[in-house]
Design a protein around this ligand. Structure first.
Ligand code: NDP
Length: 403
């Protein structure tokens, strides 16, 4: 009989909820899970909903992941084989520290970002590589969709389709409509920090910086139609620029409606997206955190969101001396996701790869000590798992290119 594996899942928000549903569908690998978050009642409610539907044994706990000692105590008590960090990027280093102290594997979906500066970079987490190697444990960084599946797609293209990849364009299209005048599809604070920052792309060995939303293109997405998309800085650019052979340029585009951008500009203009604390009636508040409190909770968008997402990578490179183009992408339907797990597609496309990434480590398919980005592992078992667990991919050998 196979040994029962246990995952400790930190966070119980939009993404975690999907990952937890998926772990419960995959009881063979996830024999036990413990859901731990700041608000334990959310974990209890989800556990009560899922327990009758699964063979996975579910327990719950309260934890403040800003406190490393508390995390260590929880890990020692629960003895998981892996910690799945599905809380916020601010907690990444604390959770990695607790994993080191207890020699437990680690995975996340977003790279570390200090709370007081909207700047995300891998340098802080990469600096843990030697410590993870010495402890004989794995840290899998960025196992969502982007970062995540986009890195797996890149590793797969490199392994099976190209001798050398020269250009990658990552296209992230959300063609869903939730019917609200303004809402974000995942944590509003993280989302707004990301889209209001300067854009950048990697070209010929260096970063080229742009003003926010300066570079705009239009693309006709299968399953969605024509959409405006804008160049953003995105975390997987940093690791793919290092890990993909022969890369000359890598860019990331995300679609936004004019309505979304107009609202965002207005909120920015009045100071509501600022992360600098202000004094309000004798209390320090961060405007962006206040804005988060008044915006719709992304977890509540599920029943209202209609339409599809289409996210993928267009590769241009060489195979057998000839130029080749290749597009790998996934189309996901918001309402189908809602029917299956009670969440919209943005949470679904992140939560499914989170479960798959953890299952790669738990099942021993991905097994090397150290801190790694997802494209540094063999993409094949992950690509198979995407088809199996609800994110089937498609390929196109003559895609329309982005100029
Ligand atoms: P939510 O805000 O919906 O959920 C965050 C969860 O983390 C909540 O359950 C929250 O608990 C918990 N949490 C926050 N702070 C702490 C803490 N100090 N201690 C313990 N628990 C805490 O966020 P999402 O689910 O939308 O996003 C989760 C992660 O996924 C983020 O890091 C986001 O950047 C990433 N992401 C990655 C994507 C990808 O493709 N790679 C795409 C989308 C998101 P409580 O409710 O009690 O506050």
């Amino acid at each position: 009989m196979k040994e029962m594996k246990k995952a400790l899942i930190i966070g119980c928000g939009a993404v975690a909820s999907v990952a937890i549903h998926k772990c419960c569908q995959n009881s063979e690998v996830f024999g036990k899970i413990c859901i731990a978050s700041r608000t334990k009642s959310k974990c209890d409610a989800l556990a009560a909903k899922l327990a009758p539907t699964t063979k996975t044994e579910i327990s719950t706990a309260q934890v403040n992941a800003d406190n490393v000692e508390e995390l260590i105590r929880l890990i020692e008590e629960q003895k998981p084989d892996i910690v799945m960090n599905l809380a916020l990027p601010y907690q990444d280093l604390n959770i990695m520290d607790a994993c080191l102290a207890t020699k437990t594997h680690y995975m996340d979906t977003a790279n570390y970002e200090p709370e007081d500066t909207a700047k995300f970079e891998y340098k802080w987490q990469w600096a843990y590589d030697k410590k993870f190697k010495d402890a004989g444990i794995t840290a899998l960084l960025g196992s969502g969709f982007d970062p995540g599946v986009t890195g797996v797609f890149s590793a797969y293209a490199q392994k099976h389709q190209f001798d050398e990849i020269n250009f990658i364009d990552i296209l992230d299209c959300n063609g869903g409509d939730h019917g609200y005048p303004f809402a974000t599809n995942f944590n509003p604070e993280i989302n707004i920090r990301e889209v209001s920052a300067n854009g950048s792309y990697w070209e010929n060995g260096k970063w080229v910086e742009t003003a926010p939303m300066e570079i705009k293109r239009e693309y006709d997405f299968e399953g969605v139609g024509r959409r405006d998309m804008y160049l953003l800085h995105h975390e997987e650019l940093e690791s793919l620029a290092l890990n993909i052979k022969g890369i000359k340029r890598i860019r990331f585009f995300m679609t936004f409606s004019q309505n979304y951008l107009t609202h965002l500009k207005c909120l920015e203009n009045v100071g509501m997206t600022s992360i600098k604390p202000i004094n309000f009636e004798g209390k320090q508040i961060v405007p962006l955190q206040f804005l988060k409190a008044v915006l719709p909770d992304p977890a509540s968008l599920g029943p209202r969101t209609k339409g599809k997402t289409n996210i993928g990578c267009i590769f241009i490179g060489k195979k057998d001396g000839k130029q080749k183009t290749y597009y790998l992408y996934n189309i996901c339907d918001h309402q189908e996701c809602y029917k299956e797990v009670g969440s919209q597609a943005v949470a679904y496309t992140t939560g499914v790869p989170a479960m798959i990434g953890a299952s790669m480590i738990l099942s021993g398919k991905w097994n090397k000590a150290g801190v790694y980005n997802i494209e540094q592992f063999d993409p094949d078992p992950f690509m198979d798992a995407l088809n199996k667990w609800g994110l089937p991919w498609k390929e196109n050998f003559s895609p329309v290119l982005v100029d």
